[in-house]
Design a protein around this ligand. Structure first.
Ligand SMILES: Cc1cc2nc3c(=O)[nH]c(=O)nc-3n(C[C@H](O)[C@H](O)[C@H](O)COP(=O)(O)OP(=O)(O)OC[C@H]3O[C@@H](n4cnc5c(N)ncnc54)[C@H](O)[C@@H]3O)c2cc1C
Length: 379
């Protein structure tokens, strides 16, 4: 009989990043334990849009991680019974400066398979976006949308059933050292350890986290009642071109930034941009805002929700449906980096996504971490 306290990989954290490391190691035939202090997923991974975004991710390694992660979502969705609610992205814009950014984007390698749509095209594809203010839209076929609050538990259950991954829930990890973790259920031995703590910056490995000046970002989110139409894709707007590095780093984005500063300063002040995606019952998940700090307040401020709804109403050209749910979420963030992978001790890796993209780049990151731990590949 196998020793129930001996594993090839012990993963701390059952969010999307911990599950990604667990999946990649299990696919290498490894015996995996995942430990989480919560009895069910409760962190950023279940508070997000479930929008697996490729187009707009930072050019280079992050974009590559996103493309591979999207492939893994598509590979596992059916087997893990994760529903894909819609595919693709419509980036609807109402300023000439935004059109210039989209045209420049389409000239890069990141624009492959994407397309510029006219208002006439939109009228056929998503008429709600074809209002008089709309100049154009970028269509990207790459995105997927899942319902994270269901998907995370479905993936965990599938990892358990299909890949034999062991889960210890309601169990905090108190200490980590080479080949051993100490938990509230006693000690476990493991050849390798992946610490995926989300935005817990102090419980485990605080020194490397502090060294990289990791802090938190708080977001406000809304669920709106079924608007009576169906979205064929996730929707974003001009403000997204300023937030997502894949567009914002293009030289053409500077003129758009100046115009947004003049026209939507309060949206910029609160980091508000628009993402709207739809759920199986027709309701819309709409957000979001960005406020930074080591311990952001946990409150959803009405004035910030109003800014999100204001952008929704402008883009869709109609009053927003009633709000049926409000919540906040936080993720880890660090200046100038998308991911933080550190090796504080032999066989131990700290794995954090330090921007709002864990659902979009997590699976590929997990593969890189597993290859590094078990095959000695360079990260
Ligand atoms: C509102 C919001 C919207 C977002 N939208 C998107 C989106 O649409 N697309 C996208 O790609 N990304 C999005 N993101 C970002 C994405 O959700 C995160 O990057 C991702 O969920 C981080 O995953 P994680 O596993 O690192 O963290 P988490 O989901 O927070 O999981 C970390 C887990 O570690 C556990 N843990 C920590 N310390 C310990 C310990 N000592 N012992 C035991 N357990 C421990 C916690 O209990 C927790 O369950 C969004 C984030 C937010 C907040």
């Amino acid at each position: 009989m196998q020793n129930p306290r001996l594993f090839d990989l012990a993963v701390v954290g059952a969010g999307i990043i911990g599950l990604s490391c667990a999946l990649a190691a299990a696919r290498l035939g490894k015996r995996v334990l995942v430990v989480d202090r919560d009895t069910q997923a409760n962190g950023a991974s279940v508070r997000n849009f479930g929008f697996v975004t490729v187009t707009g991710q930072e050019r280079g390694p992050t974009w590559d991680l996103a493309r591979r992660t999207r492939e893994v979502w598509a590979e596992i969705a059916e087997e893990a019974r994760v529903a894909i609610h819609h595919r693709g992205l419509l980036m609807s814009v109402r300023r000439q400066e935004s059109v210039a950014v989209l045209e420049a984007f389409l000239r890069t390698e990141m624009g492959a398979d994407c397309q510029m749509l006219t208002p006439g095209d939109l009228l056929r594809r998503q008429p709600e976006l074809a209002g008089p203010g709309t100049l154009a839209a970028l269509w990207s076929p790459h995105e997927l949308r899942v319902e994270s609050r269901e998907a995370i538990s479905l993936i965990a259950a599938w990892l358990e059933a299909r890949h034999g991954v062991t889960f210890w829930r309601g169990t905090a990890v108190l200490a980590v050292e080479t080949s051993r973790i100490t938990t509230t259920r006693g000690e476990v031995e493991a050849e390798a350890i992946a610490v995926c703590p989300g935005d817990d910056l102090t419980s485990l490995l605080p020194a490397p986290i502090a060294a990289h000046r990791v802090t938190r970002c708080k977001l406000q989110m809304l669920r709106l009642a079924d608007p009576g139409f169906r979205l064929s894709a996730g929707v974003m707007s001009d403000l997204g071109l300023d937030r997502y590095a894949g567009y914002a780093a293009l030289p053409e984005a500077a003129a758009l930034r100046r115009r947004l500063e003049a026209e939507q300063p309060r949206h910029l002040e609160h980091g508000v941009h628009l993402i709207a995606v739809q759920s199986a019952d027709g309701s819309l998940v709409v957000g979001d805002s960005h406020h930074y700090g080591a311990t952001p307040d946990p409150f959803a401020h009405e004035a910030v929700d109003r800014l999100i709804l204001d952008e929704f109403e402008t883009v869709f050209g109609r009053p927003a449906p009633s709000v049926v749910e409000r919540w906040t979420g936080t993720y880890a963030t660090a200046p100038g980096r998308t991911v933080l992978v550190e090796c504080p001790q032999p066989g131990v890796r700290l794995v954090m996504v330090t921007t709002g993209a864990g659902a979009s780049i997590g699976f590929a990151l997990g593969e890189a971490v597993a290859a590094d731990l078990f095959r000695g590949s360079e990260l």
